[in-house]
Design a protein. Structure first.
Length: 74
């Protein structure tokens, strides 16, 4: 920054880093209060859904790659 330049509007308050600014601290605390419960939930249902979908995709791929019998002539 050149001499005489002002810091940009909304910039650091009194040289505080982003982690030390009051709004950032408040926001971090609010986000933790809102979402820590969700983040700490077990992932068993999500893992089960992913595994089931992967199994379905493998079956569809195997069926598509399997040789098909020739059409019957009547």
């Amino acid at each position: 920054m050149a001499d005489g330049d002002k810091p940009p509007e909304g910039g650091p308050v009194l040289g505080l880093t982003a982690e030390e600014q009051p709004f950032d601290k408040w926001l971090r605390m609010q986000l933790h209060a809102m979402f820590d419960g969700v983040i700490n939930e077990p992932l068993t249902d999500l893992v089960r859904l992913i595994d089931e979908d992967a199994k379905r995709v493998r079956q569809e791929t195997d069926e598509a790659a399997a040789p098909k019998p020739p059409p019957e002539e009547t």
